[in-house]
Design a protein. Structure first.
Length: 525
């Protein structure tokens, strides 16, 4: 194999062919509307944006030289048979259209018989062309025939540009794609990237800690006892919290990022262990500890329905994507799992002697799978469409479950001080494992979050909040501030730099990026 001359390649590693590089720049200039600059670069470099084959094809097509078009397409080397057949089909179709429009039916039939039989179109495409003769019979151009024909030929040329592969034609916006791929690779390798802002091309990208919520920006103290659970609404405008003081609170996220108490929900007789937002954020479910399930109207803060009775022990609940159906699991083995509508009508139930107690459950946001935790160490993934199920066995007791917003992954917290992430589809033989936090005896909950759910956060029994990048098993941040066990965390889905944590110290902390570091970073930029 011959080495390329150094004058024909670019870059310190000699990996870029100069001819291809310049050609792609010319294409970019044309796509941006800088036609004079593109033409000048073509003239100065001697490199054309369009290949010789395509320039010839363009000339033949615009002049109506159909035999020439066919010969050129057949002569292009390294063209896959299917691609060549598709290109010939488009050319034949235009040729037939123009013949029929001139009233030259005999010529159309001659083209169909001669050219189609001699080409490699295949039976299906040949039949489509034959059908075209019938469908084109009524086409009339009238006085603007020449203009319409010209536009149709230009349209055909554009279709061929998209169809023909390199090096005959370049993929659309090739330079933009290459740059975007390089930027994406840099973002993917950045452990702290957590912003929607465009990335500068002037230097290699690398974020600092300033993108991550690491500083307490507000402390919510309205609960009168341990706070067990927090969850932001799907639109990021609200936060719901539940406490052992037997209440749940709905907080509103204001424009400036501060949170304000909106409703205190008082109806449970026991501590409130869990809440769940409906996908449309108009309703909220609250689970009483060894108690019933309640449905609340978010706008008014009123209780709309109570599910179950004193004998129905609810452990967890979840919504279906339509915000009209909900499901809950019971820690009573004889009760199992129930699906209800919002009025309390039972739609379906999974129960019986073989049904173990349900510790936690979730419905994937796409509504396709019901994931439940039962018998301490087992995960059941039930496909609701096919009724097929898969069971995963963990070696240590599971305390909680969390599903990613794209429905592809879920996490379980284990009392072995590990968080395991599994894929819903079942392609993984083993989970990704995250370590560093402390968890032995309490229910600790984790969550996905940040931009594109690139991060994981979890509470901990040592009063701290832990944050991981999903690609790294060790935490990238450990947040201090709470005085007691942190039971639950929630990342705002619309504000990637806002995190909430709930603690036994009776407070909720709202975390944001460090202001001092942000000011320093802005000065550097």
């Amino acid at each position: 194999m011959l080495m390329e001359n150094s004058s024909t390649v670019l870059g310190s590693k000699g990996l870029i062919r100069k001819h291809e590089f310049v050609r792609i720049i010319i294409q970019c200039l044309y796509s941006l509307g800088y036609r004079n600059s593109a033409s000048c670069l073509e003239s100065e470099s001697g490199i054309s944006y369009k290949s010789m084959d395509f320039e010839l094809l363009e000339s033949q097509l615009l002049s109506g030289n159909w035999d020439g078009c066919i010969d050129t397409l057949n002569a292009i080397k390294d063209l896959m048979d299917e691609t060549r057949a598709s290109a010939l089909f488009l050319v034949f179709k235009q040729c037939l259209l123009e013949c029929l429009n001139r009233g030259d039916d005999a010529m159309a039939l001659a083209v169909l018989r001669k050219e189609v039989s001699a080409s490699r179109l295949g039976k299906d495409k040949a039949q489509k062309l034959a059908q075209s003769i019938l469908s084109f019979k009524d086409v009339q151009f009238g006085e603007i025939e020449d203009n319409v024909v010209r536009e149709l030929r230009k349209k055909l040329l554009a279709e061929l540009e998209k169809l023909l592969p390199p090096p005959t034609m370049l993929p659309e916006r090739r330079l933009e794609h290459l740059v975007e791929t390089a930027v994406t690779a840099q973002i993917d390798s950045c452990m702290y990237h957590n912003t929607l802002d465009a990335v500068s091309l002037y230097e290699d990208h690398c974020c600092g800690r300033v993108q991550i919520p690491t500083e307490t920006v507000q402390i919510l103290k309205e609960h009168k006892n341990e706070v067990w659970f927090v969850q932001f609404s799907n639109n990021g405008d609200y936060l719901a919290s539940s406490s052992s003081d037997c209440t749940a609170i709905i907080w509103q996220v204001l424009q400036d990022g501060k949170l304000m108490l909106l409703h205190t929900l008082r109806s449970h007789q026991n501590p409130v262990s869990f809440v769940a937002w409906s996908p449309d954020d108009t309703k909220l479910l609250t689970c009483g500890n060894v108690e019933v399930l309640k449905l609340w109207d978010v706008e008014t803060g009123t209780c709309k329905h109570t599910f179950g009775d004193d004998g129905f022990i609810v452990s967890s609940c979840a919504w279906f994507p339509d915000s009209k159906r909900l499901v809950c699991g019971s820690s009573d083995p004889e009760k199992g799992i129930y699906m209800w509508d919002c009025d309390g009508n039972e739609i379906k139930a999974w129960k019986g002697m073989r049904m173990p107690k349900i510790l936690d459950l979730a419905v994937t946001p796409d509504g396709e799978n019901l994931i439940s935790i039962f018998s301490d160490k087992e995960i059941r993934i039930l496909n609701l469409g096919t009724s097929t199920e898969r069971v995963i066995s963990e070696e240590h007791p599971i305390t909680s479950l969390s599903v990613s917003g794209d429905s592809k992954f879920f996490m379980v917290n284990l009392n072995s001080q590990e968080i395991h992430m599994w894929d819903v589809a079942g392609k993984w033989d083993s989970p990704l494992k995250y370590m560093g936090h402390k968890q032995h005896k309490y229910v600790i909950r984790s969550c996905f979050g940040g931009l594109n759910s690139s991060f994981i956060a979890s509470g901990s029994e040592n009063s701290q909040v832990y944050i991981w990048n999903r690609r790294d098993t060790r935490p990238i941040e450990v947040l201090s501030g709470h005085d007691k066990t942190v039971n639950s965390v929630s990342w705002n889905p619309r504000r990637p730099q806002m995190l909430a944590s709930a603690s036994d110290d009776q407070t909720i902390r709202i975390w944001g990026p460090s202001l001092s570091k942000k000011i320093q970073a802005n000065k550097l930029n």
